[in-house]
Write a protein that binds this ligand. Structure first.
Ligand code: SAM
Ligand code: SF4
Ligand code: F3S
Length: 453
């Protein structure tokens, strides 16, 4: 039995890469370490434990780990005199013990299904000075029962399911996160009810494809029902991500339209506008079906902020295929889009497809696509000019601490000057009405009306 008391009083630092799933896993790891008496450090140099929560969805994220780990070697001695370096997340799950060969200063490796064991692994590393690895194929501990250290008091990431069954041909996620596993509905509703009691006003429900929530429990997907139940908890803002177009049901669109707390925002990753490429990607919908879905959503929720993910340069993408993506962006009028250059991931089916397209051509396509997205995002925001939007205050703008920054119900960034005589720090988590007098591509700005609440 590992003696966890060795961790008491140790300082820890966590750096997180990748998606919200990793962010939430980091919150659970922090919660566990806090419960064992560890103290969070804001800089790796002040930490006895440095943890990297890694991502391998694209090559850029992958290569960063090596630099980060080796930079730990030049840090001054840690407060306790011994520093343990740990690697968790998706690269740890993919490479497991193999990482020890290339990362000679790493002491602990833990996979995505093993975060409940991170305390034991770290304590063992401090106790015996050896290297410890735990990578499993399925969850061996209930991560959702672990304590939870949230970065913000007013918002929480709430995983409703883990894993993915879709195997899009370019994507590594199903290999590092396993198959879909939904949490029981009562557990999620109880968790959100508890969060509301603690003062949380906004939640984001997380899953790689929330639309198939509940399918692994042997029923039809129950995401619409979950939205309605979470809507009864008293939480003021509900967001969710991500939503696979092939599984978005009419009852879910109804729930978004009808449940007041479900915000008018939908992330519906399209990936490509070419039906030929979508087939090669194994996305299971065509361009026409996607655009038809967009029409159905807009019929029901006209002002919805539709956001998306797009990959440029999938192997074999022709100029004609790319043109289809550009016209789809114009037609779907996205409020925002995350655009990525295709990155070959070993072990995925797309990695086997040869691609003669020069990198410079793909870069030109990417730049052109970004310009179209900027236009649709700018156009979307214009409808808010002269309106009043309730901003949930997150803090101040990075560039100017006299300007508050927050989120609108449509998930847009909003800026407004700190009201006279008020302290910005006291306003975090409050909602303030903002009269929009400028609508830019990536944010709205205006002046405050009334009191924060
Ligand atoms: N499950 C989510 C969905 O389907 O909407 C996406 C999760 S993935 C973490 C986020 C985005 O990364 C994907 O939507 C896709 O656009 C992008 N992505 C995944 N694999 C990629 C690859 N090999 N190269 C470039 N982008 C990739
Ligand atoms: Fe990856 Fe596709 Fe699953 Fe999203 S739905 S995580 S893109 S395999
Ligand atoms: Fe990256 Fe893993 Fe998320 S590969 S995008 S951190 S599920």
């Amino acid at each position: 039995m590992t003696d966890l008391s060795i961790l008491s009083g140790k300082t820890y630092f966590i750096r997180t890469f990748g998606c919200q799933m990793n962010l939430h896993d980091s919150e659970r790891v922090s919660g566990l370490l806090d419960s064992l008496g560890c103290l969070q450090a804001l800089d790796p140099k002040d930490a006895d434990i440095v943890i990297f929560m890694t991502c391998c969805v694209r090559e850029a994220a992958d290569t960063r780990l090596y630099g980060q780990c080796s930079s730990c070697k030049s840090l001054p001695a840690s407060p306790s005199g011994r520093r343990v370096v740990a690697v968790g997340g998706c690269i740890a799950q993919r490479d497991g013990e193999g990482l020890l060969t290339n990362l000679d200063n790493v002491d602990v490796i833990f996979g995505t299904h093993s975060i409940a064991h991170v305390g034991d692994l770290l304590a063992d590393a401090f106790a015996d000075g050896d290297r410890h690895v735990r990578v499993e194929e399925i969850d061996s501990g209930a991560a959702t029962e672990m304590p939870w250290h949230r970065e913000t008091a007013y918002h929480a990431w709430v995983p409703i399911m883990t894993g993915c069954n879709n195997f899009c041909s370019y994507c590594i996620v199903p290999y590092v996160r396993g198959r879909e596993k939904s949490r029981p509905m009562e557990e999620i509703v109880d968790e959100v009810t508890g969060l509301v009691r603690q003062g949380v006003r906004s939640v984001t429900l997380l899953g790689q494809n929330v639309n198939s929530y509940g399918r692994d429990h042997g029923s039809a997907p129950r995401f619409a029902e979950l939205l309605r139940r979470v809507g009864e908890t008293g939480v003021e803002r509900i967001y969710f991500t991500s939503s696979h177009p092939k599984d978005l049901l009419p009852e879910t669109i109804d729930a978004i339209a009808e449940v007041p707390a479900v915000m008018p925002q939908l992330h519906l990753a399209v990936q490509s506008g070419s039906s030929r490429i979508l087939k090669l990607m194994n996305r299971k919908y065509t361009r026409e079906q996607y655009l038809d879905l967009v029409d159905r959503v807009r019929d029901r929720i006209p002002d919805i902020a539709l956001t998306t993910d797009i990959i440029v340069g999938f192997p074999g993408e022709t100029e004609e295929d790319f043109e289809q993506t550009v016209t789809l962006v114009d037609e779907a009028k996205f409020a925002q889009a995350f655009t990525f250059i295709y990155s070959k991931r070993a072990g995925t089916p797309a990695a086997e497809i040869d691609d003669p397209t020069p990198r410079s051509v793909i870069q030109q396509r990417f730049d052109r696509l970004v310009r179209h997205v900027e236009t649709t995002a700018f156009d979307y925001n214009q409808r808010f000019l002269g309106t009043t939007v309730p901003m949930l205050i997150e803090g101040t703008s990075k560039k100017n601490d006299a300007v508050l920054q927050g989120k609108s119900p449509w998930n847009q960034t909003v800026h407004c000057p700190v009201p006279e005589g008020m302290d910005a720090r006291q306003l975090i988590g409050k909602i303030l009405d903002v009269r929009v007098d400028a609508a830019r591509t990536w944010y709205l700005s205006g002046s405050s009306l009334g009191d924060p609440r």
